[in-house]
Design a protein around this ligand. Sequence first.
Ligand code: ADP
Ligand code: MG
Length: 765
Amino acid sequence: MACKLNYVRNTSVAEHFSVLLPKQGASIPREDTSVAEPEAPLPKPCLNLQIQVYSLDERGNPKVSEERVPVTDLFGSSVFSEGVMRKRLPANVYQAIKRTIDEGAPLDPHIADIIAKAMKDWAIEKGATHFCHWFQPMTGVTAEKHDSFISPTPDGRTIMEFSGKELIKGEPDASAFPSGGLRVTFEARGYTAWDATSPVFVKEAGRNITLYIPCAFCSYTSEVLDKKTPLLRSMGALNTQAMRVLKALGNSTSKRVLTTLGAEQEYFLVDKKFAERRLDIVLAGRTLFGAAPPKGQEMDDHYYGSLHERVASFMFELNNELWKLGVSAKTQHNEAAPAQYELAPVFATVNVATDHNQLTMETMQKVALRHGFFCLLHEKPFASVNGSGKHNNWSLVTDDGLNLLDPGKTPHENETFLVFLCGIIRAVDKYSNILRASVATSGNDLRLGANEAPPSIISIFLGNQLTDILNQLGNGGEISPRKREVLKFGVSTLPPLPKDYTDRNRTSPFAFTGNKFEFRMVGSTQSTSGPCFVLNTIAADVFQEMADKLEKADDVHASAQELVHKIIKEHKRIIFNGDNYSSGWAEEAKKRGLPNICNAVDALAAMADKNIIELFERHAVLTSHEMQARYDTILERYCQEIHIEALTTISIAKRQILPAVMDYSGKLAGTVNALKECGADAETHTKVLSNICRLTGELQSGIFSIESTLDKAESIEDLRDQAAAYRDEVIPAMASARKAADSLEMLVDANVWPLPTYAEMLFLR
Ligand code: ADP
Ligand code: MG
């Protein structure tokens, strides 16, 4: 059941209060009774939602009815989950597909027909008429082409069909997707292949319901054209190398190492009536003009503030939509900037979490429109307030539940933890250039290093306790672990709380947060695939080095100690527990020899680095050809994004701002003349007018400069040089036009200003 179309709140006031008040006659215990009562059954959690549900009537036709659905039933109700498979598939087929999902066993094509039929029957019961291969081309967003299940019969009727072949393989025309030259337009063939490790689901769009099959996407020559394939390959590489290390260290129980991801997603909500009057928001996803509002985020009164009713209703519906799709939306809160919010799910394997993050971004935008909002995912929608990131919480977990980054109570004695921790420290320092490249986008250039986001310098926060332990290990001395302290409020009624071993550090780009690393440089619009497959691959590479040593060692523990000792000595420079926002850090980092690459074009050059190409080839994540193609695709995208922003800037300036300003200055000139004619003092009016005229001139020359720099950039053939021209010439020209326009905004009558203001967009709901 459960294909919801819309919710109707259906809780009476009495019902509502009955949840909060004790039942009549129930006594409230005065003191602790030592004999425990038998546990009462938990009340069935109910959202009291009425949702529209699709099912089949007695003749097998889809029907829509309304039902009340508790969250526990709603969650995953649109997913062809393991539970559904267990119920609907023959035991041997279920076992076979489980082996693929759990153990990475190759998918047996013979069982595909049986699975496809079960999927189709299940999807039709949910009201689906179509299926689609859902894949992630290098555009960063998802792609889908729907086919209906219908198969006409000779007698003019139709049956609903879906074969194993259709489930496993699709052949979308690949010519219109970016390929970086891997595929020329006349060779249009592309293939999608079912990724059985990420669950199939049904999704509604308006009244259309479709069965979605997560897929990888490659060219006719089997070269990778998408974001999923390298991620899956990198998970395999990491598993292989991490398992070697684990086995060498004596672990005989774990069979697989999985990489996990919890992606915190930041976003802005802007009232649709303002957003749709801003071409920059509509086309570029961010504001290209706008004077700073009198109030920004300086009062810190939005962060974690109580939720606005309209926003809370949006979140309510967003959660329900995501829960249906099996996305475990967990945390929601106001973020630092006005109109900024965050959602964090419960973590999953990187592959599933990446698919879920794509669904989250898409659902946010869809549900926002239903609530009269535009959801902005851009890294910097508004100058002068915080931008948005996507914190990638990443860890390594074995199939038998061991988190390799969990220090436990005695980290100094936890050999497995120390070896894996040090492996990651070495990987991040050794390959910081490609990690930096994995977050290089035009949008992120506006955010990294501003006052709200990590700088462009990659460093690791470990916290004092771990740093102490590593320092002591590095010096080869005795280890004296810190005692766990207790937090005291000084209020007798408040409980004493055990202190965490480390404080938090919000400013670090790569922070150890208890049992995982949090990679904070990722941009809010980015697919999590890129940063995660880079992290997986660089970690796999260092684990490989370690395994090579440990497997050969006579005394594995002595060898592990030696490895840890060596890594700490060599890579100490990457550890920084201080304030990454401070200007002193840039100086200090320079002394330590840490790169500070502050723009995407320079950062992306790592993709052409021989060592990096060899790294990805070594682990069979990307061939050098695929790497080159990916590099070109990303550069092309960088140029296109700035190109669109530049044209949008010109359009708004010429067609909205200049006409309004010229009109207004004409009126003002009339007033000046009238004042002079009647002998009044026109000095102030004249001054304002001449300021407006000066700024109008500056805006006009800014526009000319964008036009000429754009022409020049477009004519450059080499992609790297072209991207550099966009960065060095087009962006500064856009900035000078904006500066003039924003100053004009502060001089011109608010009633004639053609664009909704920052104050309206950030503060009015
Ligand atoms: P913060 O306090 O950093 O904002 P949140 O609670 O918003 O933290 O988000 C933390 C994220 O880290 C969640 O998505 C959570 O599921 C995820 N997480 C927790 N443990 C792990 C783990 N072992 N691997 C990956 N992600 C994890
Ligand atoms: Mg958070």
